[in-house]
Design a protein around this ligand. Structure first.
Ligand SMILES: [Zn+2]
Length: 210
Protein backbone atom coordinates (compact mmCIF):
# COMPACT_ATOMS: atom_id res chain seq x y z
CA UNK A 1 0.00 0.00 0.00
CA UNK A 2 2.81 2.38 0.98
CA UNK A 3 4.67 1.50 -2.21
CA UNK A 4 1.51 2.15 -4.23
CA UNK A 5 1.12 5.62 -2.70
CA UNK A 6 4.76 6.40 -3.38
CA UNK A 7 4.34 5.40 -7.01
CA UNK A 8 1.28 7.61 -7.32
CA UNK A 9 3.25 10.52 -5.87
CA UNK A 10 6.08 9.89 -8.32
CA UNK A 11 3.67 9.90 -11.25
CA UNK A 12 2.08 13.14 -10.01
CA UNK A 13 5.50 14.78 -9.64
CA UNK A 14 6.48 13.64 -13.13
CA UNK A 15 3.29 15.06 -14.64
CA UNK A 16 3.88 18.36 -12.89
CA UNK A 17 7.38 18.54 -14.37
CA UNK A 18 6.02 17.92 -17.86
CA UNK A 19 3.42 20.70 -17.42
CA UNK A 20 6.09 23.12 -16.14
CA UNK A 21 8.46 22.29 -18.99
CA UNK A 22 5.79 23.03 -21.58
CA UNK A 23 4.95 26.37 -19.98
CA UNK A 24 8.36 27.98 -19.47
CA UNK A 25 8.62 31.47 -18.10
CA UNK A 26 10.23 32.76 -21.28
CA UNK A 27 7.25 31.53 -23.33
CA UNK A 28 4.90 33.89 -21.51
CA UNK A 29 3.19 36.52 -23.64
CA UNK A 30 3.84 39.87 -21.97
CA UNK A 31 1.67 43.00 -22.26
CA UNK A 32 4.14 45.40 -23.88
CA UNK A 33 2.19 48.53 -22.97
CA UNK A 34 2.40 47.63 -19.27
CA UNK A 35 6.09 46.67 -19.39
CA UNK A 36 7.50 49.59 -21.38
CA UNK A 37 6.91 53.13 -20.11
CA UNK A 38 6.09 55.69 -22.80
CA UNK A 39 5.57 53.18 -25.63
CA UNK A 40 2.81 54.27 -28.01
CA UNK A 41 0.41 51.81 -29.67
CA UNK A 42 -1.22 52.28 -33.06
CA UNK A 43 -2.49 48.73 -33.57
CA UNK A 44 -3.74 49.02 -37.13
CA UNK A 45 -5.42 45.60 -37.29
CA UNK A 46 -7.67 46.68 -34.41
CA UNK A 47 -9.00 49.36 -36.81
CA UNK A 48 -10.09 49.38 -40.46
CA UNK A 49 -6.99 51.46 -41.31
CA UNK A 50 -4.97 48.52 -42.67
CA UNK A 51 -4.44 46.81 -46.01
CA UNK A 52 -7.42 44.46 -45.53
CA UNK A 53 -9.83 47.37 -44.79
CA UNK A 54 -11.27 45.20 -41.98
CA UNK A 55 -10.94 45.23 -38.21
CA UNK A 56 -9.16 41.94 -37.46
CA UNK A 57 -8.42 42.31 -33.71
CA UNK A 58 -11.18 42.91 -31.15
CA UNK A 59 -8.92 45.13 -29.01
CA UNK A 60 -5.82 47.29 -29.53
CA UNK A 61 -3.36 45.25 -27.46
CA UNK A 62 0.30 44.43 -27.91
CA UNK A 63 1.89 41.21 -26.65
CA UNK A 64 5.34 39.68 -27.16
CA UNK A 65 7.20 36.70 -25.69
CA UNK A 66 8.90 37.76 -22.47
CA UNK A 67 12.54 37.91 -23.74
CA UNK A 68 11.45 39.92 -26.81
CA UNK A 69 9.39 42.33 -24.69
CA UNK A 70 12.26 42.82 -22.24
CA UNK A 71 14.69 43.57 -25.06
CA UNK A 72 12.22 45.99 -26.65
CA UNK A 73 12.23 47.82 -23.33
CA UNK A 74 16.01 48.28 -23.72
CA UNK A 75 15.43 49.68 -27.24
CA UNK A 76 12.97 52.21 -25.85
CA UNK A 77 15.44 53.21 -23.11
CA UNK A 78 18.26 53.75 -25.63
CA UNK A 79 16.01 55.78 -27.91
CA UNK A 80 14.73 57.91 -25.06
CA UNK A 81 18.27 59.14 -24.43
CA UNK A 82 18.39 60.29 -28.07
CA UNK A 83 15.04 62.10 -27.98
CA UNK A 84 12.94 59.35 -29.56
CA UNK A 85 10.45 56.65 -28.60
CA UNK A 86 8.70 53.68 -30.23
CA UNK A 87 5.25 53.45 -31.81
CA UNK A 88 4.06 49.87 -32.38
CA UNK A 89 1.76 48.84 -35.25
CA UNK A 90 1.60 45.10 -34.55
CA UNK A 91 3.24 42.35 -32.46
CA UNK A 92 1.74 38.94 -31.51
CA UNK A 93 -0.89 37.93 -34.06
CA UNK A 94 -3.15 34.86 -33.63
CA UNK A 95 -2.87 32.30 -36.48
CA UNK A 96 -6.60 32.72 -37.26
CA UNK A 97 -5.91 36.40 -38.12
CA UNK A 98 -2.97 35.34 -40.33
CA UNK A 99 -5.40 33.18 -42.32
CA UNK A 100 -7.72 36.16 -42.87
CA UNK A 101 -4.79 38.30 -44.12
CA UNK A 102 -3.70 35.55 -46.49
CA UNK A 103 -7.22 35.36 -47.97
CA UNK A 104 -7.01 39.09 -48.80
CA UNK A 105 -3.37 39.21 -49.99
CA UNK A 106 -1.81 35.78 -50.70
CA UNK A 107 1.68 37.03 -51.61
CA UNK A 108 4.66 35.64 -49.70
CA UNK A 109 7.29 38.25 -48.91
CA UNK A 110 4.57 40.62 -47.70
CA UNK A 111 2.12 38.33 -45.92
CA UNK A 112 3.34 35.05 -44.43
CA UNK A 113 1.55 31.92 -45.64
CA UNK A 114 -0.48 30.61 -42.66
CA UNK A 115 0.53 27.06 -43.65
CA UNK A 116 4.04 27.98 -42.43
CA UNK A 117 3.01 30.70 -39.98
CA UNK A 118 4.50 34.14 -39.40
CA UNK A 119 6.98 35.07 -36.68
CA UNK A 120 4.18 37.37 -35.54
CA UNK A 121 2.20 34.16 -34.82
CA UNK A 122 5.09 33.05 -32.60
CA UNK A 123 4.92 36.28 -30.56
CA UNK A 124 8.47 37.04 -31.67
CA UNK A 125 8.11 39.78 -34.31
CA UNK A 126 7.13 43.41 -34.07
CA UNK A 127 6.17 46.16 -36.51
CA UNK A 128 7.07 49.65 -35.36
CA UNK A 129 8.41 53.11 -36.12
CA UNK A 130 10.11 56.02 -34.38
CA UNK A 131 8.36 58.99 -32.83
CA UNK A 132 9.72 62.10 -31.16
CA UNK A 133 9.19 62.49 -27.42
CA UNK A 134 6.19 64.73 -28.14
CA UNK A 135 4.59 61.91 -30.11
CA UNK A 136 5.18 62.90 -33.75
CA UNK A 137 6.16 60.16 -36.21
CA UNK A 138 9.57 60.79 -37.76
CA UNK A 139 9.76 60.65 -41.59
CA UNK A 140 10.27 57.08 -42.85
CA UNK A 141 10.41 55.75 -46.45
CA UNK A 142 6.69 54.80 -46.64
CA UNK A 143 3.60 54.37 -44.49
CA UNK A 144 2.93 51.06 -42.70
CA UNK A 145 2.16 47.99 -44.87
CA UNK A 146 3.25 49.67 -48.09
CA UNK A 147 3.92 46.71 -50.41
CA UNK A 148 6.14 48.64 -52.86
CA UNK A 149 9.88 48.55 -53.44
CA UNK A 150 10.16 51.83 -51.56
CA UNK A 151 9.57 49.92 -48.30
CA UNK A 152 12.65 47.71 -48.91
CA UNK A 153 15.55 48.29 -46.55
CA UNK A 154 18.01 48.66 -49.41
CA UNK A 155 15.92 51.25 -51.27
CA UNK A 156 18.09 54.38 -51.31
CA UNK A 157 16.29 56.89 -53.55
CA UNK A 158 15.14 58.80 -50.47
CA UNK A 159 15.94 62.07 -48.66
CA UNK A 160 19.00 61.88 -46.43
CA UNK A 161 17.06 62.36 -43.18
CA UNK A 162 14.72 59.45 -44.08
CA UNK A 163 17.66 57.12 -44.66
CA UNK A 164 19.15 58.29 -41.35
CA UNK A 165 15.89 57.63 -39.46
CA UNK A 166 15.51 54.15 -40.98
CA UNK A 167 19.12 53.34 -40.03
CA UNK A 168 18.73 54.62 -36.47
CA UNK A 169 15.70 52.37 -35.89
CA UNK A 170 17.46 49.40 -37.45
CA UNK A 171 20.72 49.93 -35.52
CA UNK A 172 19.09 50.22 -32.08
CA UNK A 173 16.81 47.25 -32.75
CA UNK A 174 19.75 45.11 -33.92
CA UNK A 175 21.76 46.03 -30.81
CA UNK A 176 19.03 44.38 -28.73
CA UNK A 177 18.52 41.24 -30.82
CA UNK A 178 15.91 42.27 -33.42
CA UNK A 179 16.66 41.73 -37.11
CA UNK A 180 14.87 43.59 -39.89
CA UNK A 181 12.96 41.95 -42.75
CA UNK A 182 14.56 43.06 -46.07
CA UNK A 183 11.22 44.00 -47.68
CA UNK A 184 9.64 45.95 -44.79
CA UNK A 185 11.49 48.72 -42.94
CA UNK A 186 9.00 48.48 -40.03
CA UNK A 187 9.23 44.69 -39.40
CA UNK A 188 11.72 43.10 -36.97
CA UNK A 189 12.14 39.46 -35.93
CA UNK A 190 13.48 38.69 -32.49
CA UNK A 191 16.57 36.46 -32.33
CA UNK A 192 15.88 32.69 -32.37
CA UNK A 193 12.21 33.40 -33.11
CA UNK A 194 11.76 29.93 -34.64
CA UNK A 195 12.11 28.30 -31.22
CA UNK A 196 8.76 29.72 -30.15
CA UNK A 197 5.73 27.74 -31.27
CA UNK A 198 2.98 29.17 -33.46
CA UNK A 199 0.02 30.25 -31.34
CA UNK A 200 -3.65 30.80 -31.96
CA UNK A 201 -4.62 32.27 -28.61
CA UNK A 202 -7.27 34.95 -28.81
CA UNK A 203 -6.44 38.23 -27.03
CA UNK A 204 -9.23 37.66 -24.53
CA UNK A 205 -7.62 34.34 -23.48
CA UNK A 206 -4.07 35.65 -22.94
CA UNK A 207 -3.08 35.44 -19.29
CA UNK A 208 -5.69 32.78 -18.55
CA UNK A 209 -3.62 29.61 -18.46
CA UNK A 210 -1.06 30.84 -21.00
ZN1 LIG B 1 5.50 42.46 -39.44
Amino acid sequence: MVKCQRNALLVAALLLCIVCASCKDEDTLVNVEKLIPGIVLDIRYATTNNFTGKQLYPVAKCYLRKPAAENLKLVQEDLHGMGYALKVFDAYRPLSVQKKMWEVYPHEGFVANPAKGSRHNRGAAVDLTLITLDGKEVPMPTGYDDFTEKAHRRYMDLPENVIKNRKLLSDVMRKHGFHGLPTEWWHFDFQNSEKYEILDIDYSAIGKGH
